[in-house]
Design a protein around this ligand. Sequence first.
Ligand code: UT7
Length: 332
Amino acid sequence: MGKRIAAKITGVTGYLPPRVTTNLDLEKIVDTSDEWIRTRTGIRERHYVDPGMAASHMATAAAMDLLKAKNVNPEEIEMIIVASVTPDMMFPATACLVQDRIGAKNAWGFDLSGACSGFVYALTVGSQFVAAGTHRKVLVIGSDVMTSILDFKDRATCVLFGDGAGAVLVERAESDKEGIVDFMNDIDGSGGCNLYMPAGGSLHPASVETVEKRMHYVHQEGQQVFKYAVKRMCDVSSTLLERNGFTNRDLALLVPHQANMRIIRATQERLELDDAKVMVNIDRYGNTTAATIPLGLRDAVNEKRLKKGDLVLIVSVGAGYTTGGILMRWAY
Ligand code: UT7
């Protein structure tokens, strides 16, 4: 049985820092090649922040655009959730910095650490408050400055990620013809050792030793994560469709987390979907962690690939392990 939430996305925006880094640029920094990166990941280029730009700045830019596009007064926003693994600081929460900058005087909020599934989790949480009727307008943002935790001496990770943010506005769904049809989220902490940043938290506070041992960077067992991601992206996608009585023919668009083109294509093949039904932008942005899905939705809207009533599936797997999927009817 599905888990409908009477909430819908009514607007989506994104922010990408202007500086573009191509695979050829990375060839000059690490022992890699454009050919390897393209064929193993699907990535051609990604955007990097300049020094001084943090997750809150990108989140604020996306949020401001969203308020403007929707003609919403910031004081109408009642909740802000920022999904990120690269918050500006351990505290205060990035949501507080965004709240202040956009002037959302009536909002509360918090940061959510769900890695690549952070946006899906944040959307699930924010939607519950809207569906409960206690909140009318909720901002859900995914923002990650992955370059702040990338080891540019580790070719196996540094080529994969980019910086970016995406934001959605969530409001009440008036009928089951729009909004969230079902969601399926789970965690499997046994996979935590395969993708993590060892230091900077309470276990290994920053010290000369943690810096010397390069413990403030992303560490990943790529093949382990890859296998888990393929299986879970496929399982969650097909379960969400099947248990709601849908087939691949009913699906208008799959917006998967953009970690690796081969993971996306494996999911696509399992669901037997045409290219036209799969959102791909990993070639231009790389893996922006919590931002990939809102950026995918934004691009889909801009490319006119979504219309009111369309069945859309977002799905992600990330560090934790975290897995998330939301099936929804596009509302505008
Ligand atoms: O979003 C969060 C979740 N993350 C993911 O979903 C990522 C999942 N994992 C992956 O996408 C892939 O495992 C990677 C893209 C990280 C790696 O691809 P792979 O096909 O699993 O490669 P591999 O790790 O098995 O490495 C194959 C070879 C190795 O060389 P040898 O040992 O065969 O000589 C690596 O050293 O490729 C080498 N290699 C590279 N070569 C050139 C690894 N990185 C690079 C590189 N450039 N950047």
